[in-house]
Design a binder for this molecule. Structure first.
Ligand code: ATP
Length: 593
């Protein structure tokens, strides 16, 4: 397939403002690919997003903007001054490439067209290049790639290389499109998503769907070395509400505020650590790898464990805060920081042991398996917990945790149906945090989809942000709040910097916003922020779970959505993807509680 065909797809997606059409365009593309060049389908599930592999395989190309601009200028036979002037004006390497390579560059030897297969191979080659001459080698490869492109092809090629497509599509959109293309029904995405929860690799999902059909897709096994989407907890309005959701004995576990980690060990001894976003973070924790080798029973040949990683205070005992732990998130001086900030893992679940999938076993069975392999419990510890039949005891345990400075508790069911539900926010786990005791309702993780310019003290920067919840049913981002409070001077510097590369010139197709709420700037869903609010209200301004409501005084039906009252920004949540933000469905649940 010529790259120009893929480039046409990008152009259609970029210009589309309807979310449904976006999915149809992708579906059509997958169908025709499967007819004409079926072997390319898995590759194209990723390339359609501008990616070269699933996120968990660390598909980062690591090409700096500067190097890319240099290569584009050389491919186009243009000077660096002209290139930099264009860059200053447009602020987007893609547009610069499009302008500089408006016509095919002159080369001594005629060059063939760029094909998708060649692009795929070359991108993987770039990723594998390291060493002291690597910059030169990469530059040469980039020049030859750009010499094979013109106009918008060059624009999209630059965006693929910088891994910033600005198309507003994500893995969930591809699942929708695969469901439409190969089952004729978008609603079958649910079945594909269940498979994706245990196998977050679109290429595997696409080829399994084509080969095995919908019936076979459920048989994709869990695999050590391929992360599983994490299970999450529900929330209740009051602790007494727990008994309506969980019957029988409760397991009340400490909820520590650290970093969630999923640990995979295969039978050859290879250990891989995944973050909550399913990114491979093994290199950050060499100390954890040796603790695991020393402290987990040798009988555990292979396993998948889950736990919370915490920074330890070895002098005073107890834990250091989340900010201290975040200092371990670095690419250099890793060993030095491992010594300075010692950590422990508090395990709370096990999903696989010696190749046996434990996800469909009850919590009690998984707990026994977990206990059986934790030997020394020095740095690989069990999370603290109590077992009780009484909600009052759960409350007392929660108070004890809060007094000690922990975040709260997670109450877990031990009943028959207490399976590990990958990717689900499930009632078998209920969280109760210290925020819930305040007059403020709760915190929400919202996606920034727009910004309004500031006035007065904030002129020249953002005055407020347009924030959205994620509607998981429809794969859309629905506005819920205009957020101006809590933005510190530091955040007002940091947020525009983070969003600069995600600005788009019109409403992204997957965003659902009323005309009255049109912001000055649009962003593709990227940044997640944690927001606290006093109340959830219903009104006519936002689209969060919008539904028709009878206006009692006029007797007419009106469309109303949920909104947040007195929202205040607390922090940026870099650990969450837009699709990990608060679901619109959750807002409905909390509002009606
Ligand atoms: P928050 O915003 O509170 O961090 P979240 O949306 O990240 O929440 P929740 O469903 O609220 O996720 O809470 C689950 C998180 O709590 C897990 O991702 C994990 O990192 C952490 N955690 C701490 N202790 C436990 C525990 N005992 N069991 C499960 N998760 C725990």
């Amino acid at each position: 397939m010529d790259f120009s065909t893929l480039s046409e797809l990008y152009s259609k997606l970029e210009n589309e403002s309807s979310g449904n059409k976006l999915r149809e365009i992708l579906a059509e593309f997958f169908l025709s690919t499967n007819k004409e060049e079926p072997t390319l389908l898995p590759t194209l599930t990723y390339l359609s997003l501008g990616k070269i592999a699933p996120d968990y395989k660390n598909s980062v190309l690591g090409i700096a903007e500067k190097l890319l601009l240099k290569a584009i200028a050389k491919a186009a036979n243009k000077g660096s001054k002209e290139t930099m002037t264009l860059m200053q004006k447009d602020g987007d390497v893609g547009l610069v490439a499009q302008k500089l390579l408006k016509v095919k560059p002159m080369t001594l030897v005629p060059v063939a067209k760029l094909t998708v297969e060649e692009l795929w191979k070359t991108l993987h080659k770039i990723k594998s290049i390291s060493g002291n001459k690597s910059q030169d080698t990469k530059e040469k490869i980039l020049i030859s790639l750009f010499q094979k492109t013109t106009g918008s092809e060059a624009k999209y090629l630059a965006r693929i290389i910088l891994q910033n497509m600005r198309l507003g599509v994500a893995d969930m959109t591809v699942l929708d499109a695969l469901a439409i293309a190969f089952t004729g029904e978008k609603s079958n995405k649910k079945i594909l998503e269940r498979a994706y929860n245990v196998c977050p690799d679109l290429a595997v999902i696409a080829s399994s769907l084509v080969e095995l059909g919908l019936e076979g897709i459920g048989d994709i096994p869990i695999k050590v070395g391929r992360p599983i989407r994490v299970m999450l907890a529900q929330r209740v309005a009051s602790l007494s509400g727990v008994s309506e959701k969980i019957s029988g004995e409760l397991q009340v576990e400490a909820k520590y505020d650290g970093e969630r980690i999923q640990i995979h060990k295969d039978s050859s001894g290879k250990i891989t650590l995944y973050s909550r976003r399913m990114e491979d973070i093994t290199y950050q924790y060499p100390d954890v790898q040796s603790f695991l080798k020393q402290e987990i029973a040798k009988t555990a040949q292979s396993y998948i464990l889950e736990g919370e990683i915490m920074a330890l205070d070895l002098e005073k005992g107890g834990h250091k805060n989340f900010q201290t732990l975040m200092k371990r998130k670095r690419k250099t001086e890793i060993e030095k920081h491992a010594k300075q900030i010692p950590v422990a893992i508090y395990c709370f679940d096990i999903l696989l042991l010696n190749e046996k999938n434990l996800m469909n076993e009850s919590f009690t069975v998984r707990e026994k398996a977990l206990e059986s392999i934790l030997k020394k419990k020095d740095r690989i510890r069990r999370i603290e917990f109590i077992k009780t039949n009484e909600v009052s005891e759960a409350k007392a345990y929660f108070d004890k945790m809060i007094a000690r400075g922990e975040e709260g508790v997670i109450i877990k069911s031990q009943g028959e149906g207490s399976l590990y539900k990958a990717g689900a926010r499930d009632w078998n786990w209920i969280k109760w945090k210290k925020d819930y005791n305040h007059e403020l309702v709760d915190t929400f993780d919202l996606v920034v989809i727009g910004a309004f310019y500031g006035k007065g003290k904030r002129s020249g920067t953002y005055g407020s942000l347009l924030c959205a919840t994620y509607n998981h049913e429809t794969d859309t981002f629905e506005s819920i709040s205009k957020l101006g409070t809590g933005l510190t001077d530091k955040m007002l510097e940091e947020i525009p910097f983070l969003l600069r590369k995600h600005e788009v010139d019109k409403k992204p197709a997957r965003c659902n916003v009323k005309k009255e709420m049109t912001p000055d700037l649009w962003f593709e869903p990227y940044l997640v922020v944690e927001v606290i609010a006093a109340e959830i209200t219903k009104g006519g301004l936002h689209t969060c779970s919008m539904h028709s409501v009878m206006n009692k005084s006029t007797g007419k039906k009106e469309m109303k959505g949920y909104a947040l009252r007195f929202p205040r920004l607390i922090q940026i949540r870099a650990d969450k993807k837009p699709e990990d933000g608060t679901y619109s469905e959750e807002i409905v649940g909390i509002a009606n509680n």
